[in-house]
Design a protein around this ligand. Structure first.
Ligand code: GLN
Length: 534
């Protein structure tokens, strides 16, 4: 196509309006027209990456194939576009400053005074262009976290202002705002949008397209008014109304000609509207699945927040659609689970998923849930810490090692069935030091995992510090828990299963990160299928 085009997505009025969904939807529509697209997220916080953040702060930590701990919006990008993101797709203010300070220490700036403008803004601009630099993408979409008007967003906005000036037609700004409905007045209000656009204009950015989030249909009169007050043409004011599923948003944007408006503004031919066939088939299938009697999957964890297990919830919903069944995920707080209430808590659940996590809090409830699920033969899926808990529970209650534990929870246990690796012991820093990113795993033919994947060698993403202790492997296998997935290089156990049960599989890796709309994850498909059939 020639030069890479840059689309910036900013947000105003309130946070949580769905910038990630809008960015992904724009990406999807451009991709459907045959363009190669990538999306990156710039987060204005100071942390180097979200790896050390409590999930209550920003939801789950997503992991890229190349081992970067990233913002959960990268999950949306991958699920919508079916692409793989990397470390370059998620930048934080912390990383920008670190890079600038490292350069300063090396003497790269030749005695200059280091300032936000131009040094920080240049570093931001360099990172924006990095993905486009090798001409590997026709479009680079850059989502700016936070809300316009925040102090920490300013260097990013100044960088966009400069880039828009430098790149001309090759850059475009989409601004997402919120149109509230005032019940007492019975009116939708555009003033917050006007103010938010003014805020952008005050830093020298004229948005090209406005996407208005609303719970209600926005009439033409309202859009005209916004267009007039905000210096954009009417066609460039698009509504983003609450949808039954986030995966409908690309179609809702397409209906309003958002992709055509973008192409026109960037001087590209419009051509025929893409049909988005497979995407529509997914939505049709989903709609039918929604009408079925739901199966309930218990998601056992300690973070009672939707976003904390975002990718797991999405992967389960994809698997439901492809199994033609509605899947309802019921969060079960592991901190509240006891032997006395577990039967009631898990009553009627078709499957149990034990979530990933860190630390002691809530762990005992996971053992309680696992013992119940194992003895009642309910299809069970353990992910990362969930898999480690499977091994610990089995050691305690089947191998009769009552003090079996992970070194993470009990540094002194002699029955350290989950242990820390030699090379991890020496590491004292918290950020980015776990086993991260994609590793190979060889599957045992005949196992549930092998049946699900249909091949022997797979690659999955990791994010953990502790591992199954191979010293105990023989005892496990003799007692009926098999190690059915092994890292061919290190010999580390990646999957455990109890073959005698209907479906009892634990993975040390995180399969949820790689489930996409058009490529649902085989293990989730298999788990949901087992849950339906049980
Ligand atoms: N806390 C465990 C470990 O570090 C599991 C991590 C996880 O569930 N992501 O090994």
């Amino acid at each position: 196509m020639g030069e890479t085009k840059y689309i910036f997505v900013t947000g105003g009025v309130a946070s949580s309006l769905g910038k990630g969904i809008i960015s992904s939807s724009i990406g999807k529509l451009l991709q459907a027209r045959g363009y190669s697209v990538t999306i990156q997220k710039f987060d204005p916080y100071i942390n180097i990456d979200p790896g050390t953040l409590n999930p209550y702060e920003h939801g789950e930590c997503y992991v890229t194939v190349d081992g970067h701990e990233a913002d959960l919006d990268l999950g949306h990008y991958e699920r919508y576009l079916g692409i793989e993101t990397t470390k370059a797709n998620n930048i934080t203010t912390g990383r920008i400053y670190k890079s600038v300070i490292d350069k300063e220490r090396r003497g790269d700036y030749l005695g200059k005074t280091i300032q936000i403008i131009p040094h920080i803004t240049d570093e931001i601009k360099r990172n924006v262009k990095l993905l486009g630099s090798k001409n590997q993408f026709d479009f680079v979409i850059t989502e700016i976290g936070g809300t316009v008007g925040d102090i920490e967003s300013l260097p990013y906005l100044e960088s966009i202002r400069q880039l828009k000036w430098e790149l001309g037609k090759n850059a475009l700004c989409v601004h997402l705002t919120y149109v509230p409905y005032l019940k007492a007045a019975g009116e939708l209000k555009t003033k917050p949008t006007q103010h938010s656009v003014k805020e952008l204009q005050s830093v020298g950015i004229q948005p090209d397209i406005l996407v208005l989030r609303s719970e209600y249909e926005l009439g033409m009169g309202l859009r005209r008014k916004v267009a007039q007050f905000c210096n954009v043409d009417e066609k460039s004011v698009v509504q983003s109304i609450d949808a039954a599923t986030i995966y409908e948003v690309p179609l809702l944007m397409q209906e309003q000609g958002l992709d055509e408006t973008i192409l026109t503004k960037m001087g590209l031919p419009i051509g025929n509207q893409p049909e988005l066939g497979p995407w529509r088939s997914f939505l049709d299938r989903r709609e039918k699945a929604e009408e079925t009697d739901p199966i309930h999957i218990a998601l056992v964890g300690k973070y009672d927040l939707q976003d904390a297990y975002k990718s797991i919830r999405e992967a389960l919903s994809h698997a439901g659609v492809y199994n033609d069944r509605k899947v309802k995920v019921d969060f079960v707080d592991s901190e509240k689970l006891t032997d006395e209430n577990v039967a009631e808590a898990l009553e009627g659940k078709a499957g149990v998923l034990i979530g990933p996590g860190f630390g002691q809090r809530g762990i005992d409830g996971k053992f309680v849930a696992l013992k119940y699920a194992r003895t009642q033969d309910i299809p069970t899926f353990g992910i990362c810490l969930g898999m480690q808990c499977m091994a610990i529970e089995f050691a305690r209650n089947v191998l009769n090692l009552s003090d079996a534990n992970s070194r993470e929870m009990d540094a002194k246990t002699p029955n350290n069935v989950i242990d820390i690796m030699e090379e991890q012991k020496a590491i004292t820093s918290m950020g980015g030091t776990m086993r991260l990113g994609a590793y190979e795993c060889a599957l045992e033919p005949g196992s549930n995992a092998y049946e699900a994947y249909g091949k022997e060698i797979i690659k999955e993403r990791h994010r953990h510090r502790y591992e199954f202790n191979n010293d105990f492997k023989d005892r496990y296998e003799a007692a009926g828990m098999q190690c059915t997935g092994i890292n061919p290089e290190s010999g580390l156990v990646e999957i455990v299963e109890i073959p005698k049960l209907k479906w009892f599989v634990g993975t040390q890796f995180h399969p949820e990160y790689s489930s996409t709309v058009l490529n649902p994850h085989p293990l989730f498909l298999s788990f949901v299928k087992a849950a339906i059939n049980q």
